[in-house]
Design a protein around this ligand. Structure first.
Ligand code: ZN
Length: 293
């Protein structure tokens, strides 16, 4: 369980890094309750934070939060909490005692620190460790805030909030589309070449084996025209053509069918031959396989 979760958290933090630009040392805003709870279950807070986010951490505590700890000084564990908090860097939230005789509620202080301009963005790329569900819920609405809490002595890194997931997906789609554009461009070019070379090819009896084809391809470089123009050494187009051999058995009588088919069938065949399946096995297989892709 621990191992699995650990892997999961590593991946999650990688996603935060890629999509939102998080970097080590991770700045982790810790609230007063988090410090108290960590002490209560004798957890080495800084060390545990570090192993949870899989990287160096810089724990921070706001002025408001440490004031709360001082206010609870006389309660059991009060001093220990203060001592622990003192080892963390102070984050100036700007809520001075003269202006704010009482420290701000955690939810308000955190909001002002994480998203000072209310733009819905985690401007300084804080990770937040808070024991308050309300605080975490508020922060889930801000894009790109990794959230941590302790539950029964176990430190939990929340899955990415919907808001952030959407951004991540949008970003990935964008990248994917860009790549697709590139490969599509390439493929179109290849298909053109293929089509030019195909005309004779389609009428073949389709009995050639891979090897024969391969050798043909390589020899065709030396004697160019002989082989209905299979393009020399392009292994990609070679593989793609193969699929056409299957349909041929059926469609051999009417060549038009062959020329209709290429795009889908090519794919299917390819996987088939990779699996080592009998090409001529059954007819239904082709269309199914094509759809899967
Ligand atoms: Zn504050």
């Amino acid at each position: 369980m621990r191992g699995k979760r650990s892997k999961q958290y590593r991946k999650l933090m990688e996603q935060f890094s890629m999509t939102f630009g998080f970097r080590e040392p991770y700045q982790i805003l810790v609230d007063a309750e988090m410090i108290k709870d960590a002490n209560r279950c004798t957890m080495d807070l800084a060390a545990r934070l570090q192993s949870t986010v899989h990287g160096k951490v810089k724990p921070l505590i706001t002025q408001c939060e440490i004031r709360k700890l001082y206010a609870d000084k006389d309660q059991p564990g009060g001093n220990a909490a203060i001592e622990l908090a003192k080892t963390f860097e102070r984050r100036r939230c700007g809520h001075h005692p003269d202006e704010y005789p009482k420290p701000l509620e955690t939810i308000e202080c955190m909001r002002s620190v994480v998203d000072p301009k209310s733009t819905g963005e985690n401007k300084h790329r804080y990770v937040v460790a808070s024991q308050s569900l309300d605080v975490r819920r508020m922060l889930r609405a801000i894009r790109g805030v990794p959230l941590i809490y302790i539950k029964r002595s176990v430190m939990i890194l929340e899955p990415m909030a919907d808001e952030s997931v959407q951004i991540r997906e949008r970003e990935e789609k964008r990248k994917f589309r860009a790549e697709l554009k590139n490969t599509l461009g390439k493929r179109k070019r290849e298909e053109k070449e293929e089509r030019n070379g195909d005309d004779g090819e389609g009428d073949d009896d389709g009995s050639e084996s891979d090897n024969e084809k391969a050798t043909q391809a390589s020899t065709s470089e030396k004697k160019p025209k002989k082989n209905r123009g299979i393009k020399g050494a392009n292994p990609l187009s070679m593989k793609k053509k193969k699929p056409q051999q299957l349909p041929k058995k059926e469609a051999g009588k009417k060549p038009e069918a062959v020329s209709d088919a290429p795009a889908k069938r090519k794919r299917r065949k390819k996987t088939k031959s990779e699996n080592g399946a009998e090409p001529s096995a059954q007819e239904p297989a082709p269309s199914n396989a094509g759809e899967e892709n």
